[in-house]
Write a protein that binds this ligand. Structure first.
Ligand SMILES: [Mg+2]
Ligand SMILES: [Zn+2]
Length: 178
């Protein structure tokens, strides 16, 4: 068996794509028009993924995307928004499309998609990181046995995590220190 690899898992909304904050809570854009007006690629997102890959980590997108199932966005508009991440060189993408009341085992904070990625790519979770912006990201990291990195946002300052970063530019330096 080949040596297990380290990985960085990136949440999508609030980490790779700008979250839309409504009533103090982050959510993804629910239409192409809303994406164009209020969202976009997060500063430093592509560079952060490129840098962690150059440093030897695998890079994965790991996201809960229940809005199609909730009927708040069409599949086509959702796919257009997802396609905005295409220039970012993730090794793989793991998305839970379930609704919260489906009680699946892959919606963060459950670790299902992290475990699936680890199995598929031979990842050493104990030496890997999840970069997120909510308590469910931090909890998913803990439930999968990897380290949590919280990207600072006005809505997450009370959340405890293994590491905190102010911007994605700092990410690789912070991982090296850990
Ligand atoms: Mg998020
Ligand atoms: Zn799921």
């Amino acid at each position: 068996m080949s040596e297990r690899k380290r990985a960085v898992f990136f949440d999508r909304d609030g980490v790779i794509l700008m979250a839309i904050v409504m009533d103090g809570r982050p959510r993804p854009a629910r239409s192409i028009a809303e994406y164009k007006a209020l969202s976009g690629i997060m500063p430093g997102a592509k560079e952060a993924v490129e840098k962690v890959k150059a440093a030897g980590f695998l890079a994965f997108l790991i996201s809960n995307q229940p809005d199609i199932a909730y009927g708040v966005i069409s599949k086509a508009e959702w796919q257009w928004i997802q396609d905005q991440t295409k220039d970012i060189p993730f090794d793989d993408i793991f998305i839970c499309f379930h609704r919260r009341d489906d009680n699946c085992d892959c919606m963060k904070p459950k670790p299902g998609k992290l475990l699936e990625a680890a199995e598929k790519w031979n990842v050493d979770l104990a030496r890997s990181f999840l970069v997120g912006d909510t308590k469910d990201d931090v909890a998913a990291a803990k439930n999968a046995g990897c380290k949590s990195v919280l990207l600072d946002a006005p809505y997450n300052r009370e959340i405890e995590s293994d590491m905190k970063i102010q911007s994605l530019i700092e990410l690789l330096g912070t991982l090296r220190e850990f």
